[in-house]
Design a protein around this ligand. Structure first.
Ligand code: GMT
Length: 376
């Protein structure tokens, strides 16, 4: 198939999932065309049957805000027309699903048999999409898509609850490459970070407020105060970094915390981790938690959104009430002080991650593409 994939290029989950899916499809000999405003972070190696198309966005003095949605629709129509796109799969409803609808209208009969598939990821529904400034257009664009998928049962239910959706939503969960996200021997790295064999706690995110990075620091402080020697590695960057740094200074624990910034090879950091913290205030899936579990790292998370579908309480880690950093700290201390329990939970975490294997999920998308094509 000739498949068009439209996504945000950022480190955020939706861009990562879209790019990894593109790579997985290309490996199965599909021709994949990725459309975005910049090269996606995970599109790191050259693959013969993946083409990357950058959206041309010219600015003119009259435009205070260049109309990206229109430039995108224009380029989607060209892709369908000149590259013979047979399926157009857009990740994140705003504005991708809307531009896709417009592209299809522009081409009329010529694109009538090209299904538009929209994958909902999260804030396009729970935050941005529910904003009254966008809600009607999101409602409309989802209903006009030929296929709609959501990354968790939670997101599916939330979408029906918040919008007036008449379409069936298929849940196709996120996935990981288990060959990449596995525990590998990084002993030299571990020794450099924790020379006195301190426990290593890791958090990975884009440091948006919703990730509650200062909570991560508070949980870590609880761990230190309960006689567990530990180091905290914070991977990523974003708006809340200053608040997290300030929390470290206030607690006097800067010497035990390393801000590593954005990292491409997250699996290397996860390979030396003893515990992963994700205390988010909103998370439709929690891809970062799944990546940690792939590397056999137990997860302590909040019990909100799609996280309980991924992180199983008492089995792969622990779920705690939102903001309850003391409870998270208690579970962390218990786990880090009990090697047998830790070993068992690590093993079960990896086992759980195996349910989200890249190949299986790519097959599910292929089947879904076919079923949408047949319905047109
Ligand atoms: O979480 C973010 O800040 C990025 C965001 C996105 O839209 O790229 O991630 C969302 O999609 C991911 C991939 O499906 C999910 O794993 C994340 O849970 C979800 N984030 C939120 O719901 C806040």
């Amino acid at each position: 198939m000739n498949i068009g994939i439209v996504c945000y290029p950022t480190f955020g989950g939706s861009g990562v999932v879209a790019t990894e899916l593109a790579k997985g499809l290309a490996q199965r000999n599909h021709n994949v065309h990725i459309l975005s405003y910049a090269k996606p972070a995970r599109l790191d190696t050259f693959q013969t049957n993946i083409s990357y198309h950058e959206v041309n966005l010219n600015s003119y003095p009259l435009f205070e805000y260049p109309p990206y949605d229109l430039a995108l629709a224009n380029q989607m129509a060209s892709l369908i027309d000149y590259e013979g796109i047979e399926v157009l799969h857009v990740h994140y409803a705003i504005p991708h699903a809307t531009s896709a609808y417009l592209a299809k209208q522009i081409l009329g009969e010529q694109a009538a048999h090209v299904p538009i598939i929209t994958t909902l990821h999260g804030t396009d529904i729970t935050l941005v999409g529910s904003d009254p400034s966008y809600k009607s257009v999101v409602d409309f664009s989802i209903n006009q898509s030929d296929g709609v998928t959501a990354v968790s049962e939670y997101l599916k239910d939330e979408t029906y609850r918040r919008f007036d959706i008449k379409k069936d939503i298929e849940v196709i969960p996120n996935f990981i490459d288990l060959d990449r996200f596995k525990r590998s021997d990084k002993d030299h790295f571990r020794k450099a970070i924790s020379p006195e064999d301190e426990k290593i706690i890791v958090h990975v995110s884009n440091f948006r407020e919703v990730k509650r990075v200062p909570d991560v620091v508070s949980v870590f402080d609880y761990i230190l105060k309960h006689d567990v020697k530990a180091k905290l590695l914070l991977v990523g960057d974003g708006p809340d970094r200053n608040r997290a740094e300030q929390r470290c200074r206030d607690l006097g624990i800067c010497g035990q915390v390393r801000f590593l910034g954005k990292q491409e090879q997250v699996e290397e950091v996860l390979s030396i981790a003893d515990l992963f913290l994700i205390p988010s205030g909103s998370e439709t899936f929690g891809l970062a938690a799944l990546e940690a579990m792939g590397c056999g790292v137990p997860v302590i998370s909040s019990n909100i959104g799609g996280l309980p579908e991924v992180n199983i309480h008492g089995e792969t880690g622990y779920l705690c009430d939102l903001g309850d950093t003391e409870e998270m700290g208690k579970y962390a201390v218990e786990l880090l002080s009990n090697p047998e329990k830790h070993k068992q939970i690590s093993k079960q975490a990896r086992h759980q991650a195996e349910k989200y294997e890249l190949g299986d999920i790519v097959s599910r998308y292929e089947e879904y593409y076919e079923s949408c094509r047949q319905e047109l």
